[in-house]
Ligand binder design. Structure first.
Ligand SMILES: NC(=O)c1ccc[n+]([C@@H]2O[C@H](COP(=O)([O-])OP(=O)(O)OC[C@H]3O[C@@H](n4cnc5c(N)ncnc54)[C@H](OP(=O)(O)O)[C@@H]3O)[C@@H](O)[C@H]2O)c1
Length: 305
């Protein structure tokens, strides 16, 4: 398939691009970088890169003949502090970016068959102990509102006759993302329970995250939202213990919720609240996890880091 990927230079995108190339797909990438050769140098050989200026229109030649589009691009949500400006950029880069991409598909005589966009399990807000399938309602915090608006733009592709999938991605474990921030602290013996430690973290190894996007291209029956998290979510306390074991250090600390909120502000919610995502829809579509167990996923992710 000819597959156009946005955000291919990012944490998930780089693993995905390598995976798609290995699967024999013909790759194209959209990046903000002005010089496509610089983008191309970061991606598998034969990948063609195109410049998509921030807030601008999608170049038609990037979509010309594309059979599938995978959309990962968006301003990072994991960077502290969450200023009003950073939140605006995080929201608008996703919502306006998706709108521009769908509008560009609409202008094509021959449209892609499938559009797979990232979303996040933050869609559900704080889910408590409930097992959350894709019919669970959206939360009401910043991330939840961002995901709901982002998915609403994604599913407009269906009106164009394009199968649309939003992968509600969990906490991705690999070289980058949250683990790149957590692991150094744990290696220094600073591993800790955060708040009560009872909140659920639905994690996924980066190779499975990339695997799900690749799977969605050909899983014809898969459409709408799908949880992109491993089959064994862990409470934060269990996650911290597993990470401490993986770096061979004790987990000694307990950081009270009020201290995290004092230090991180609104962003502390991403650590203190959680979601226990059900993988039933994804598994029913035939996806097989490479890393279903946390200990093995952490070991592999840390070996890559
Ligand atoms: N990592 C996780 O744990 C996780 C969890 C849930 C959901 N997700 C979602 O999955 C997607 C990919 O995640 P990731 O961790 O791979 O992200 P990432 O490493 O931050 O990469 C995202 C890519 O988006 C592009 N980008 C950055 N800021 C942008 C902006 N303001 N406007 C337009 N494009 C921008 C960049 O590509 P160029 O510089 O080439 O333009 C960047 O490489 C994101 O949308 C993220 O929200 C990730």
């Amino acid at each position: 398939m000819i597959v156009l990927v946005t955000g291919a230079t990012g944490f998930i995108g780089r693993t995905l691009a390598a995976r798609l190339a290995a699967d024999g797909h013909s790759l194209r990438a959209l990046s903000r970088h002005r010089n496509p050769q610089v983008t191309q140098a970061r991606l598998p050989p034969d990948c063609r890169a195109f410049t998509w200026p921030e807030g601008g229109a999608v170049p038609a030649e990037a979509l010309d003949g594309a059979e599938a589009v995978i959309h990962l691009a968006g301003e990072s949500i994991g960077t502290w502090p969450w200023t009003a400006e950073r939140k605006r950029r995080a929201f608008e880069s996703r919502v306006n970016g998706t709108r521009a991409l769908v509008a560009a598909m609409g202008r094509m005589g021959k449209r892609p068959r499938v559009f797979v966009s990232a979303s996040a399990i933050g869609y559900y807000g704080d889910g408590g102990d409930r097992l959350l399938d894709e019919d669970a309602s959206a939360g009401d915090d910043f991330l939840a509102r961002t995901c709901a608006a982002w998915e609403a733009e994604t599913f407009k592709a269906e009106a164009l006759g394009v199968r649309a999938v939003a992968v509600r991605t969990g906490l991705v474990l690999g070289r980058g993302g949250a683990l790149a921030k957590l692991a150094p602290a744990f290696r220094l013996g600073g591993g800790s329970i955060m708040g009560t430690g009872r909140q659920w973290w639905s994690w996924i190894h980066v190779e499975d995250a990339a695997g799900i996007f690749a799977h969605a291209l050909t899983a014809q029956g898969l459409r709408g939202p799908v949880n992109g998290a491993g089959p064994n979510p862990a409470r934060q306390r269990a996650f911290a213990d597993a990470l401490a074991r993986a770096v061979h250090r004790p987990r000694l600390w307990k950081v009270p919720a009020f201290l995290l909120r004092l230090g991180l502000g609104e962003m502390a919610g991403t650590l203190l609240e959680g979601q226990r995502a059900s993988g039933a829809k994804l598994e029913a579509s035939g996806y097989l996890f490479r890393y279903p167990e946390l200990a093995a996923a952490l070991e592999a992710a840390l070996a890559r880091a």
